[in-house]
Structures are given as C-alpha cells and as structure tokens.
Design a protein around this ligand. Structure first.
Ligand code: HSE
Length: 436
C-alpha cells in the first residue's frame, strides 16, 4: 500500500441505501486488500445523499463525507470514479453524464437507466474516454455481464434464458411448494423483505424486461431498450397453472429470454411466465435466487447461478467493477467497451416461435375435440398432446400442448377457440420453454 492519500484514487458515491452502505463498508473494511489488488489505495472521498445528517448506525464512514450536493461531487476535479447506486432515470442519468465529462469512470447498478438509454451513456463514455461498468445491474452478485462481454466475445450466443428477478421467483416457488395463491405468496414475500411495499416493477415484469434488454444488447452486440421487450408479469398465474405445469413434469418460472431468430437476422426479447421441464437447469432455482442459462454455438450450454439481489451480494458486483475500472485508471486506458455493431432488430412478438400449453373448459359431447382440433389446424398450429379430465358429467377440461408455433398463430387460435360455443372458458395459455 502506498503512503498517505497522495497516491490514492478518489471514489465518489451517489446514494447510500441498502447497496451503497454495503459498498462503503466493504471499501473501508477491505481497504488494504483493495489497494493491493488495484495498485493504489481507493479513498471514499464523498457520498451524495438526500439527508446528509441522517444517523447511519455503525457504518464505518466519516460523517463529514456526506453531502447533498451530488452535482458538485461528481464534477469535483479530484474524483476518479463515481459509483451510482441511487437508481431511476433522473437525476442518475445527468449525474453519470456529468461524471464522465468531468473525467471520472462510472460504476452503476442502474438497470432501469441502462435499459432505457444505454446509447447516450456509452456514447459519453466513448467521447470522454472513461469506463462505464454495470455488472450489478443484472443478477446482482452473479458474474454474468463480464463473461458475456469478454469471455464469450469470440463465440456466437444463440439464446439467453434467465431467472433474473428474485421477488417473483420467491413468489412462484411458494406457489409451487406450498400451494399458496399469488396474493398469499406475495404477502409472504413482503413480510420477509423479498418484495417491496409496491411490488409492481417486479410482479408485472418491468424489472425482468429491463434486464432482458441489457442481456440482449450484450449477447447480440445490438442496442435493445426496455420498450422493445415483450413483457408479461406473474399476477395472472394461478394455482391451476402451477398444477397443470406439475402434471406435465414442469414448473412455472418468470423468464427473461433473448434469442437469435431462426434466420439469424433478428432477435426476440421477452419477459413472461413460462413452463419449463423439471429436468432443465433453471427449474431447480428456488426462492429469491437468480440463474441465467446461456446457449452458445461453440461453448454449448453455460449456467450462471447465485444471489440476484440484496446489499452485500450487489455490493460484491459493484466492488468488482470498481477494482476493474480503478486498475484501468492506474495502468492508463480503458477496459473493453460495448459493441453494437451487429445492429440486429428486435422482431415483433408475433414472430416468436415456441410451444404452448392451453387449458380449456369445454362441454363434453360428441364432436367437441374435433372442433377444438380444427381451430388449431386452421391456424397451422400443430398439436403435440391432448389430455381430457372430466369435471362432472357434462363438462371437461382439455389440456393441449402444441409443437413450436408462432405467437401470432397461437393468439389467433385462442381467439377462434373463445368464439366456439362448446368452449366455456380458456382457462390458461402459457408458453413452454427450455425444450427442443
Ligand atoms: N427487485 C429485484 C429482484 C432486485 O427482485 O430481483 C434486483 O434487481
């Protein structure tokens, strides 16, 4: 370790909540190790928060470092790296742009901002010759973005399939394992601190969709924003869906999916609940854990698993990025940047091809199966299997699983089924993923 503060790299942090306070604690407690790994000490030089005088328990940080002047902090000429952990679009975007312009590299965990406006941020990083790293933005502690950006840069990614939202994975795990309904499982998740008081971003799939956009951009060297992503949450998933999945040897998961189209000329990007077989590596990912399954041309199948949220796990990813960008500051130059050269377009959801599980309540009389099968045939959706369960003497439930079909064809089929007099209800329609 070098002497005194002269040779230190100055770190500014924006925000000091659950993640920020863990970052500050680790920076302080592991100062010697971090200095040895970087080649110069890392000095926390300022923390911008809304209320600087708020007591912060036993956080081992000098209270004089807290300020409410975030704009002043990021433009200080002595700051080498800015860590942004406030989240949201503004003022985070303006502060990051100011930091880059002022000659600081940036480490951020801000998935919403990256999914909305990565182009502006990366352009600024390029213009001012600074690093912009964001490993913590997707799947918390799991090293995932750096492997996609660096380790797999020589390969061709075909598909990324991920459980990237711990809140919804916890809820679906409870629904699967204890038979709880959605509302009950959500309450349990809130009581345990896995779900926010306002759970909309998680349960409606916004968080997973933002992460899908980031993963798609990296995996396919293209620019994908959250608005390009087809999104469905888990609020409509019922106990009956979970039971149907079990009968098929499957489990229901909220998946973020980014995949190359069959012709290789476009990509599909989506976040929605789906059934996956129990034999798939993602099926055993329980509670609030995250995991991402990556299929590559040369590497084959890879799985990344771990904690996707929480103060210390997310701080681990932030610190990893901090060490990386600090090393670049010490050695001069920048790390590997983003590449959007492939410029693949996101295909409409209707062009997506996958398998479907459709459950119908029907009248049980002669010709019903033929009418239902015709609706599928007329839209060129091929049926893989049909199961009929009797409900009383006049009603039956038909469970139909299709071969791969386009989303547009499946939607048209479901519309046709709804208009049939013998179909009393379309109980559920769910995609089946993770199969050949
Ligand atoms: N709300 C997110 C989750 C936290 O439940 O996984 C990390 O983005």
């Amino acid at each position: 370790m070098q002497d005194g503060a002269k040779g230190s790299l100055k770190i500014a942090m924006l925000g000091c909540g659950v993640v920020g306070s863990e970052v500050a604690r680790l920076l302080t407690e592991q100062a010697d190790d971090l200095a040895a790994r970087v080649g110069r000490p890392l000095e926390l030089a300022g923390i911008a928060v809304r209320r600087p005088s708020r007591p912060r328990g036993d956080l081992p940080v000098d209270p004089a470092l807290f300020t409410d002047d975030a704009a002043g902090l990021v433009t200080r000429p002595d700051i080498d790296v800015v860590i942004e952990v406030i989240g949201g679009i503004e003022p985070a975007r303006s502060l990051i742009l100011s930091a880059l312009e002022s000659g600081a590299s940036v480490v951020t965990a801000n998935k919403a901002l990256l999914a909305e406006d990565a182009a502006t941020l990366f352009a600024a990083a390029d213009k001012y010759g600074e690093d912009l790293y964001y490993e913590a933005a997707v799947a918390g502690a799991i090293p995932l973005l750096r492997p996609l950006r660096e380790s797999l840069a020589g390969d061709r990614v075909r598909r990324v399939l991920g459980i990237v939202n711990g809140t919804t994975n916890y809820i679906l795990t409870r629904m699967t394992e204890s038979g709880a309904g959605f509302a009950e499982a959500l309450e349990e998740a809130q009581a345990l601190g896995y779900a926010e008081a306002d759970p909309t971003a998680d349960v409606e799939g916004f968080d997973a969709a933002a992460k899908a956009a980031i993963l798609a951009s990296l995996a396919f060297h293209s620019r994908v924003t959250a608005s390009d992503v087809h999104r469905e949450g888990i609020t409509e998933v019922t106990s009956a869906d979970i039971a149907s999945a079990r009968e098929m040897g499957c489990v229901v998961k909220l998946l973020a999916i980014a995949e190359l189209s069959d012709d290789g000329q476009g990509i599909g990007v989506r976040a929605h609940p789906a059934m996956i077989p129990l034999s798939h590596p993602l099926a055993g990912v329980r509670e609030a854990f995250n995991a991402v399954f990556v299929e590559c041309e040369a590497a084959g199948e890879l799985v990344f698993y771990g904690r996707g949220a929480g103060g210390a796990p997310t701080a681990s990813a932030v610190l990893g990025d901090l060490v990386a960008v600090a090393r670049h500051k010490v050695s001069g130059g920048r790390g590997p940047g983003e590449s959007a050269y492939a410029d693949l377009r996101v295909r409409p959801m209707g062009d997506t091809h996958t398998r479907y599980h459709v459950s119908l309540d029907v009248a049980d009389r002669a010709g019903v199966l033929a009418q239902v099968a015709s609706a599928f045939a007329e839209h060129e959706v091929s049926i893989e299997s049909v199961r009929q369960d009797m409900h009383g003497s006049d009603d039956a439930e038909l469970v139909i699983v299709t071969h791969r079909a386009s989303d547009a064809a499946l939607s048209a089929t479901v519309e046709a089924l709804r208009s049939l007099e013998i179909v009393r209800d379309v109980r559920s329609v769910m995609r089946v993923e993770g199969t050949a």
